[in-house]
Design a protein around this ligand. Structure first.
Ligand SMILES: [Zn+2]
Length: 223
């Protein structure tokens, strides 16, 4: 990780009065591995049958308030194309993909970090490192039933910060575990890897090649 001095978080200066002043990180860190240009694509422009339930645009999230001004989802183009392929494969099983989150501006990751503490921080990214969501290479999703149009039951709720969120959790209804495992199998066939403690979060292989971004949704131009 290659950061500019201004982006180093938690640098502490002792002033002449002996008071410690913490200089907050002012922008996203830079990663020398990130050699590819950003090419964010809005998922529903590739396939309008992908459904959205962008939790951070409403109040049904762990903060209880909206943090996105718009309910939209973007990924880097290869990840978006692979997601569409997974969505189409799942149709043969009677399911589609319901997206909770994709690309996330870095400032929102910093907000999550500032709003959590203790064990909750297992489930949020450290802004000094940036997150794979910030790179447009992570997606949070679940399955919806094509026949009924409703989200399926999974072993835990989205963003539930408990061991039920682990993709290898053995409890809960077997039917729910089966759907969780189907989602993982299909996503992993299309270049994604599940997060070790969140069944709903998938990282696209090669994520480190994309920069940590802090572009608002409204500034992403169609290409
Ligand atoms: Zn996620």
């Amino acid at each position: 990780m290659n950061r500019t001095p201004a982006a180093v978080m938690g640098v502490i200066f002792a002033c002449c009065l002996g008071v410690a002043i913490v200089v907050a990180q002012v922008g996203p860190p830079k990663d020398a591995r990130a050699t590819k240009p950003a090419d964010l694509v809005e998922l529903v422009t590739l396939d309008p049958t992908i459904r959205l339930d962008i939790r951070y645009a409403g109040t049904n999230n762990f903060l209880g308030r909206p943090v996105y001004p718009e309910a939209r989802a973007f990924l880097q183009r290869p990840a978006a194309q692979s997601l569409v392929a997974a969505h189409r494969e799942l149709a043969a099983h009677g399911y589609g993909l319901l997206i909770h989150d994709g690309y996330r501006p870095w400032a929102i990751t910093k907000l999550f970090w500032d709003m959590t503490s203790g064990s909750q921080r297992e489930f949020v990214a450290d802004p000094s490192q940036g997150s794979k969501h910030n790179r447009g290479c992570a997606v949070d999703l679940t399955l919806f039933d094509l026949a009924f149009g409703t989200a399926v039951e999974m072993p835990s709720g989205y963003d539930e910060m408990t061991p039920r969120a682990y993709p290898d959790y053995k409890g809960g209804p077997p039917e729910a575990r089966g759907k969780r495992d189907l989602l993982r199998q299909v996503m992993e066939r299309h270049g994604f890897v599940v997060e070790s403690n969140e069944w709903w979060h998938f990282n696209y292989t090669g994520w480190e090649q994309y920069p940590i971004l802090d572009i608002p949704f409204s500034a992403i131009k169609p290409s």
